[in-house]
Design a binder for this molecule. Structure first.
Ligand code: CAA
Length: 260
């Protein structure tokens, strides 16, 4: 499939999706949201893809938000529809079997921060900047940001960031637990690829089920989450990956997982 706003590169089971609208700091207009949804849906179905990395083109921005020029004149109905489509994209990332790593190379603002927060974890350049400027535009985050941020860092810090509309440094975002780790800009992609390779070498079914347990367990009581984890643990014992992984340990060799 051809995409106007995305660059897609795959190597050794790792696919990098680069949002490519640098002239608009990679802002998410409705075309980009649709293309991302189509691309990620296809990548999740592709057995050759083990891990996806999302990043932005150029040195300045990961994604500087939803496209303000496109939103400036839309109706209330269209705004609701746009928010639901953006949220569908964020939920798709949660539901994907493949892990998705955000490599935040610059501004991650508004919808851009929401996109990064929907990923399984965030690595960032030391020069990246984070924030939710929406209240300064007279609106609120609409692609799941209020929900995902408060769940990740708690309501107090989420309130401070969202209500002030302040833009924070990468160091502060890391201290607050939004970002897992910071790297010099020129090392960011290599570090993201390194971690993606580590994940890609593991049993694909184990990786998919571990993501499923963490993402879905968050909306359960602890007891239901434990029960859900035990079910997934049990199901994995019906797979070749479990036999291969444990067999390889016993035989002191490297496992050769087939994802079956
Ligand atoms: N939408 C549309 N265009 C954008 C954009 C956005 N979110 N962010 C940047 N651009 C465009 C600018 O309009 C500019 O285009 P022109 O050259 O055609 O004027 C180009 O990208 C470069 O941007 P700047 O000249 O502004 O660059 P800067 O270095 O001076 O400032 C910035 C960088 C601080 C990120 C600034 O661009 C900015 O504040 N951008 C908007 C950030 C924002 O408010 N994001 C939230 C959007 S609302 C949202 O996301 C809602 C939601 O939750 C769904």
């Amino acid at each position: 499939m051809e995409f106007k706003n995305l660059l897609i590169e795959s190597c050794d089971g790792i696919t990098t999706v680069t949002i490519n609208r640098p002239q608009a700091l990679n802002a998410l207009n409705s075309d980009v949201v649709r293309e991302l949804e189509c691309a990620l849906y296809e990548l999740d179905l592709d057995a050759a893809v083990k891990v996806v990395i999302l990043t932005g083109a150029g040195e300045k921005a990961f994604v500087a938000g939803a496209d303000i020029k496109e939103m400036a004149e839309i109706s209330s109905f269209e705004a609701h529809d746009f928010a639901r489509k953006g949220q569908r994209l964020m939920l798709l990332i949660n539901k994907m079997r493949k892990p998705v790593i955000a490599a935040v190379n610059g501004y991650a603002l508004g919808g851009g921060l929401e996109l990064a927060l929907a990923c399984d974890f965030i690595y960032a350049s030391e020069k990246a900047k984070f924030g939710f400027p929406e209240v300064g535009l007279g609106v609120i985050p609409g692609f799941g940001g209020t929900q995902n941020l408060a769940r990740l860092i708690g309501p107090n810090r989420a309130n401070e960031l969202v209500l002030s509309g302040r833009i924070i440094t990468a160091a502060k975002a890391c201290e607050w637990g939004i970002v897992n780790e910071l790297f010099p800009p020129e090392e960011l992609m290599a570090k993201a690829l390194g971690t993606a390779r580590e994940i890609a070498a593991k049993g694909p079914l184990g990786v998919a089920y571990a993501k499923d347990a963490i993402v879905n367990g968050l909306s359960m009581t602890k007891e239901d989450g434990f029960r859900y984890e035990a079910s997934l643990f049990g199901v994995l014992f019906a797979t070749g990956d479990q036999r291969e992984g444990m067999g390889a340990f016993v035989e002191k060799r490297t496992a050769d997982f087939k994802g079956k």
